[in-house]
Design a protein around this ligand. Structure first.
Ligand code: ZN
Length: 318
């Protein structure tokens, strides 16, 4: 009974005369009760908000990706345009630069461009770095990457300097210039040199060799075939020599008989289209006491003639 009498009085006191702390405690207890009632609802709201945020985040990410894809599609050529051959072209960058180290005096033109005009020097640097304005370079052309002259192949620097039929005459002229330089140098050393000699191979087919060089007072001779090739890889000079041996060794019996010679050696001499001089060429020059100035002249001749081919390809207007 005591407790029943006291309880209303206490509760009335709380309602009318309670301290601030007590009122605050009451509010907290109400909130607590309210929270207990609303807990499932709040949890649902929180969960649904998190879900919405997650979905929103996914949507934003998805939209971002789509936008990025769209930007990519705008900036890059279509899949058809970049398939197959174009990817191979990108891998060719830097090919053959290793041959520049085989005879470094031939690279002096980079620091001392005394024998080149300023425009030739700039274009020669572009050839060295393989960044000439050709269609194989990504972003250089909106009409695809096939050759602007013959259309049959990808327009790489190798194609322009070594294979494009549009510049065939100039390529022959480059070859003849290098051949004449070597022949003249050998004559000055006392060798008898015959250029463009016709012969018949063992199979009966007609051939023509670039040079037949016979040292003074000797019965031995050399079939020499200089070749200007666009630099591709380190073993290329050896491969060129082997290729020339396969072609010209069947003609050796013909010359042995015709000129009453004893041994004949076939020499395939590669000169780089960008002026590189392989070790095999240097060894050949040392054998015949041709000095470094001569080798540098050959290198510069190759560069100048290749520049003429490149300019013709890029700028000729019919
Ligand atoms: Zn072409």
């Amino acid at each position: 009974m005591m407790s029943q009498g006291i309880t209303p009085a206490v509760s009335g006191t709380k309602r009318t005369t309670g301290s601030k702390g007590e009122r605050s405690a009451t509010r907290d207890s109400k909130r607590s009760r309210s929270n207990e009632k609303d807990a499932p609802l709040t949890s649902q709201v929180v969960n649904s908000t998190a879900e919405a945020l997650k979905i929103g985040k996914n949507i934003i990410v998805k939209i971002g990706k789509e936008k990025f894809k769209l930007n990519e599609q705008e900036d890059r050529p279509s899949r058809l345009e970049t398939s197959g051959k174009e990817r191979k072209v990108e891998k060719q960058k830097g090919k053959g630069v290793i041959l520049y180290k085989e005879f470094t005096p031939a690279n002096k033109w980079i620091r001392q461009p005394d024998h080149l005009t300023s425009s030739e020097w700039r274009l020669a640097l572009k050839m060295t770095a393989n960044v000439c304005p050709l269609r194989a370079i990504p972003g250089r052309s909106r009409d695809g990457n096939h050759c602007r002259r013959c259309v049959s192949e990808i327009e790489t620097l190798g194609h322009v300097l070594g294979a494009c039929p549009f510049s065939e005459t100039l390529r022959n002229s480059r070859h003849q210039r290098i051949r004449s330089m070597i022949a003249e140098a050998l004559r000055k050393k006392g060798l008898t040199v015959r250029e463009e000699v016709h012969d018949i191979s063992q199979e009966g087919s007609c051939r023509r060799i670039d040079m037949l060089a016979i040292p003074l007072g000797s019965t031995s001779a050399y079939i020499i075939d200089p070749t200007v090739r666009f630099e591709a890889q380190e073993q290329q000079p050896t491969e060129v020599h082997s290729e020339k041996c396969r072609i010209y060794e069947p003609t050796v019996p013909f010359y042995l008989e015709k000129y009453h010679l004893t041994p004949i050696e076939v020499v395939g001499l590669m000169v780089g289209a960008r002026g590189t001089i392989p070790r095999l060429f240097v060894s050949f020059c040392k054998k015949f006491q041709l000095n470094n100035d001569f080798i540098r002249d050959v290198s510069l001749a190759a560069i100048r003639r290749s520049l003429a081919i490149l300019k013709y390809h890029l700028y000729f207007v019919s």
